[in-house]
Design a protein around this ligand. Sequence first.
Ligand code: BGC
Ligand code: NOJ
Length: 814
Amino acid sequence: MRYGYFDDKNREYVITQPDTPLPWINYLGCQAYFGIISNTAGGYSFYRDARLRRVSRYRYNNVPYDLGGRYIYLRDDESGEFWSPSWQPTRNDLEDYTCRHGLGYTIIGSRYSGIEAHSTYFVPLDEDLEIWRLTVTNRRSKPASLSVYSSIEFCLWDANDDATNFQRNFSIGEVEIEDGTIYHKTEYRERRNHFAYFACSRKTEGFDTQREAFVGPYRGWEKPLAVERGKLSNSVAHGWAPIGAHRVKLQLGPDETQEVIFLLGYHENPPEQKFDPPASQTLNKKTVKPVIAKYLNFADVDAAFEKLRQYWDGLLAVCQVETPDVHTNRMVNIWNAYQCMATFNMSRSASFYESGIGRGLGFRDSNQDLLGFVQMVPARARERILDLAATQLPSGGAYHQYQPLTKRGNNDVGSNFNDDPHWLIVGVAAYLKETGDWSILDEPVPYDNAPGSEQPLYEHLQRSFQYTLDRLGPHGLPLIGRADWNDCLNLNCFSDTPGQSFQTTTNKDGKVAESVFIAALFVLAGRELAEIARRRGRTDEAQRYLAEVARMEDTVREQGWDGEWFLRAYDDFGRKVGSKECAEGKIFIETQGFCVLAGIGLDDGRAQAAMESVAKHLATGHGIILQQPAYSRYYLELGEISSYPPGYKENAGIFCHNNPWVMIAETQVGNGDRAYDYYARINPSAREPISELHRCEPYVYAQMIAGRDAPTHGEAKNSWLTGTAAWNYYAVTQWILGIRPTFEGLEIRPVVPKGWRGFKATRLFRGVTYNIAVTREGEGNQVALKVDGEPWEGTVVPAPVEGQREVTVEVTLK
Ligand code: BGC
Ligand code: NOJ
């Protein structure tokens, strides 16, 4: 069953039923000011950091699940009836409800009692504010007397403190009201130099800023007393819960339309210019007022919306494809790229499943996110790489996470996830291949942000590589540390205390448990580093890296192979994990995908055998399961993986992030049919017809789909913020469609299904547009290229002569 449809032309998903199985959300903003908005206008906003600069308040895991947000109420002042055009929170029986989630904007509206109302929510480019543009049309045959009520609940900035420290927080709330604009300035009197504002384009009939005055005692957002009564009380919040609410009167003749703009924004003043007059405690509004005035103007709002659309046109134009499969086209051309922007911006910090207070930006996550993002805004990828590298420790290890606002490593979570450092090499390699900007390697970057410790980025990569060589275990494989990619394989944790963090508790000294996954990652990253070294003229280093890589490959073949598939790890007792000898968890997906994509076993049959084992033991109709058999009980020596009930998350869930590793591996063994088949199984658009089972948004990937051991096999969870976005984008564009940036240039080497007669693509690469047409002539994967009409040897398209901006590439597959 579907709850809406894709409008590919407008690049929107249109939800036509408000009660979707879960809130189906979108992101507003893509630079510094961000909002999350659900299909019923739920959600919140923040500036840069969802924890430390939360602008509006949101209560997670509410009842109903999604309650609280950017709510607008309409009230018929003749009958006293009121409703929300976005369905929530009043939940009236609306006609023609639609929510259009587009790229950076959401339009929600409906018709009720002859009144049509739609709100367009978006964040203008380069601004720290959001616009709610409300359009109301009277479809009655007689005039209508309406009032519009806006509402937002302010967060007292630090979302964690806001949700816990009530003894203090109930006394600190402060606001100012001037010319109908509500300013939220809690803690501005002391160390903050930022405030929020909520403004309205019309003359207002009053305001409320104290929550209880608006909703009324013992009431909630679904039935605010002030709206019911038809009157705001001009309350000024002192302590308790500051909110913003305006009332605007609308007199509408039949078929008349009127519009109102509400602005919610964030503003900073220089610390020495906080107050006006300087000796007072009154906000200095000098620099914010022009911004407010501008965006309360309809022409400026129109222009800002148009600019946002053009911005996305430009970003998406970098890679557009026309394949025989609508789901591939839609995801590559629109939604998967869009999701890659969200994962780049948020890492895993703020979604409807990540509360914004738990995790900052992950080191491993952010580096992988680059794989799907770097082609869109290379300059931001560059900045991110340098930020990440600056949190690297002198040992070559990395803080597992850092806070985006401070850009400092997060001490609570710390380090010792032994895969982390290699992802920096993978991220930098992706950047170099896309941009050819070798200067980044010479950028001086500190370790652990310590002034004076700066070394060229290249040296950071060297230390990343060395980190593993300094930490080899009894079989010559890399020691796992707290965990590798699989955060739940905690082989040194041995936790028997409820509530202890599996990721940060270490009860073993960590000198035994080894990871075959890190070995594969080392091989992949080591090859990239060797190539980088070679191209920088450091031949000796390159040779040394390749020698280490070769040694590690041998070790994987000797110590990491189980007969029909790759082993996963050795535990603290030196026992195998992911082996046919194990009672449970005999085969894991990660090492099958990653060893092969790193090139291990391609020449000796192991790769093919591993792929057959995946197909036999792990593949289901809903995607490939993480491991089998699922762990049926808690294993002290394995950690969090065995804490999940079978079929969920890392315990035999379909952890979508690693499915594309197998897709890439299948392309490497030449099996385009299987690679594409695996792609289609988890493609959210292809799963749209089973939305009642899948439950998450059909336009973005979710982290997990319940595996076959779970009672809810096929149900997705944790949508949006997952490495799945970048990896699927990378797998389908670079390996299945085979349009692949390399150090050398743009390679074109598709491995597509036998049944495809061909496809077309345009790819903007290093300033040149490549118009690519692929035609199948035989059933294999052999590629013959013609560049601008001339046959070309090999699969890497040469860079055109200086000044040429377009290249035509004809590709024949045989
Ligand atoms: C989850 C992992 C996640 C980890 C770190 C675990 O509970 O299962 O997917 O990576 O927490 O936040
Ligand atoms: C989610 C984490 O964000 C990611 O870093 C990790 O690799 C996966 N979970 C697997 O545990």
